[in-house]
Write a protein of this length. Structure first.
Ligand code: M6R
Length: 611
């Protein structure tokens, strides 16, 4: 939800800022803007539309060559995506420019107070209110850091902010509460950004900025304080991937690349999980084995695809650890007054580690004294930082808005937690856990084998391109796969799609089936007791005219249909890692055929940092 980047160094700031914005565009892409401080003056260019619109405008009329500046790519919350609502926002004197990611909940009362003092606003945003407040404080105290401290104390809500001021050449001041902000420490240049991707081609050295902290950055120094001006420490870390991981590398879209990266992502997710004694080891879990032995209930929370990954993981975790698991949408969790004790383990799943619904649910769980372990793909993000422990999915950067490799690795990482619990509690012997891990180790090769022969999905997308609605059916672990297939089609191809538990069909949804209705069916593995029941469900829909496309294991001889999509055989609990692949490809191809923007679907953003 909005990408922010600031640069201070010795080059023309527009260049690194535009590069940073291009890498952050996944966070929001309805408008973009840059402010540059040069010759004692701030000059701003901002445009509604994707970054390309701003780039074209800057080709016509470039910004001055200044060595400090800020840039923003927006996902609108307050005010529609039009030029004047784009960031940066300025104070009335044009002395301070500011970019913001998040929501200022008390912006209305602050705005009214400023209006009563004679302020006129040129946008409908909450962010401009902060720019005006900062300008007013800055003119009083003449110190951008001190002004930022005063302003942050007045704000309610979530924010990461970065500002520049005409009388503070070479300086960026950033602040954060509940929204991400990292420092990039370069050679002769430093950066502030929502995500390390923004500066990865310049430096891999980064600093985490903590909650309620302010950072003052020049090209050669940084200092960190809290909102009371007290000095704070920060943890430096090295980003483990390089710029090429965040490039398309010859693929037409990031999503295509990320789908094809899934074998490697899964292999990386499994790397380093066995210790020298041959036992499963989850190094960053940081919840003691004694505490894990006392766990009586697990609650998995997540949103969107992360929620679906949790639904699948429930089957494995309960099966192996024998601990009851509930799975809940993070956005609903804290509002139902869930029963949580110190013996509850909450597993928070999030690729970005910044999803506000999940972060708030996690905090609620911690307040009730639950243990929280997160499953996350982004080092140093808020969710892993606030958890007792974390299992990183190690999937590498996921840029496309649609989750693919993150989804697969979330399932596996959550399975690892289930197996670890089984091992610690003595429900499974070490060698039994190792046997399961060996089967898991075979999955990257199977995924690769399927992806090499996946051409058919394009034809299928063409065949169904004018369908009014597409249904997805699954049972057991295949049910969340069906939900995930429908979510992918909705978000990428803007088609009506629904996923159903096939057993539930006859209780209502079967009324949707009419002559020609396309239905994608995730057939349970032939080893599953549900296989034959699903065969009956297929017959029921075909008898009512459905065009069923069946996704079945290679060895499933009960499926004679030559149109069936075949996936390699796999153990029942691992089948979702294969069955979801044709559904990802189907959604991808459907969006391409329609000419939609696959990596940046309308109305969406990669990381949803508002509730
Ligand atoms: O970063 P998170 O994993 O917390 O994101 C959760 C959802 O917003 C995300 O999975 C979303 O549903 C995807 N765009 C689906 O492809």
């Amino acid at each position: 939800m909005c990408g922010i980047v600031g640069y201070t160094g010795d080059s023309n700031a527009t260049i690194p800022l535009l590069e940073g914005l291009a890498r952050l565009e996944y966070r929001g892409y309805d408008s973009a803007g840059i402010s540059i401080l040069a010759d004692g003056k701030i000059t701003t260019a901002k445009r509604a539309g994707k970054l390309a619109v701003l780039v074209a405008a800057l080709k016509e009329k470039s910004l001055p060559n200044g060595q400090v500046g800020i840039g923003h790519t927006r996902w609108a919350t307050h005010g529609s995506p039009i030029d004047r609502n784009a960031h940066p926002h300025l104070d009335p004197d044009g002395k301070v420019a500011l970019i913001h990611n998040g929501i200022i909940e008390n912006y209305h009362s602050l705005k009214v107070a400023l209006e009563n003092q004679g302020h006129d606003f040129s946008s409908d945003t909450d962010s401009e209110v902060v720019a005006h407040l900062l300008g007013a404080e800055y003119s009083r105290v003449n110190d951008l850091t001190a002004a930022m401290e005063k302003v942050c104390k007045q704000l309610q809500g979530n924010f990461s902010l970065v500002a520049i001021a005409v009388d503070s050449p070479g300086t960026l001041v950033g602040a954060r509460r509940n929204s991400p902000l990292v420092v990039g420490l370069g050679d002769g240049a430093n950066f502030l950004a929502s995500d390390v991707a923004a500066f990865i081609s310049f430096t891999r050295r980064a600093l985490e900025i903590g909650q309620n902290q302010i950072v003052t950055l020049t090209a050669s120094s940084y200092s960190i304080t809290n909102f009371d001006g007290e000095a704070q420490n920060a943890r430096e870390f090295e980003v483990t991937w390089d710029a090429s991981a965040a490039e398309k590398n010859g693929f037409p879209h990031f999503m295509a690349k990320e789908i094809m990266e899934q074998p490697k992502a899964l292999a990386d997710c499994l790397l380093g999980r066995i210790d020298e004694k041959g036992q499963l080891a989850l190094n960053e879990v940081r919840v003691s084995d004694d505490e894990l032995r006392d766990i009586e209930k697990i609650i998995i929370i997540g949103c969107g695809s992360a929620f679906h990954a949790g639904m699948i993981a429930k089957y494995g975790i309960e099966h192996w650890s024998r601990i009851p698991v509930e799975v809940e949408l993070a956005s609903e969790f804290r509002y139902r007054d869930p029963i949580i004790t110190r013996n509850t383990l909450v597993l928070a799943i999030s690729q970005s580690g910044e999803t506000m619904d999940t972060l708030m649910a996690l905090r609620h769980a911690k307040e009730q004294r639950a243990k929280v372990i997160s499953i996350c793909n982004t080092h140093g993000a808020s969710i892993p930082r606030e958890s007792d422990g974390v299992v990183y999915t190690q999937a590498g950067p996921e840029i496309a808005v649609a989750s693919t490799k993150a989804f697969l690795t979330q399932i596996v990482a959550a399975y690892l937690v289930g197996l670890y619990l089984a091992q610690v509690r003595g429900i499974k012997f070490v060698d039994e856990v190792r046997d399961i891990l060996e089967e898991l180790d075979e999955m990257p090769t199977k995924i690769e084998r399927y992806l090499e022969t996946s051409e058919r999905l394009k034809e299928l997308a063409e065949e169904f391109q004018s369908a009014q609605s597409i249904l997805f059916l699954g049972r057991h672990v295949g049910y969340p796969v069906a939900l995930e297939g429908a979510l992918k089609l909705k978000e990428l191809a803007y088609m009506h799609a629904e996923g159903f538990a096939a057993g539930e069909l006859k209780h209502g949804p079967i009324a949707l089936i009419e002559e020609g209705t396309p239905v994608l069916v995730v057939m349970p593995s032939p080893h599953s007791p549900l296989h034959d029941k699903m065969l009956s469900n297929v017959q029921e829909i075909q008898a009512r005219g459905a065009r069923a496309i069946i996704i079945a294991s290679e060895s499933d001889l009960a499926i004679a249909d030559p149109r069936a999509i075949r996936i390699p055989d796999a153990p029942v609990l691992f089948q979702p890692l294969l069955a979801v692949l044709p559904l990802q490809l189907f959604a991808y191809e459907s969006a391409v055929i329609r000419g939609y923007d696959v990596d940046q679907p309308r109305n969406l953003a990669k990381s949803v940092t508002v509730e």
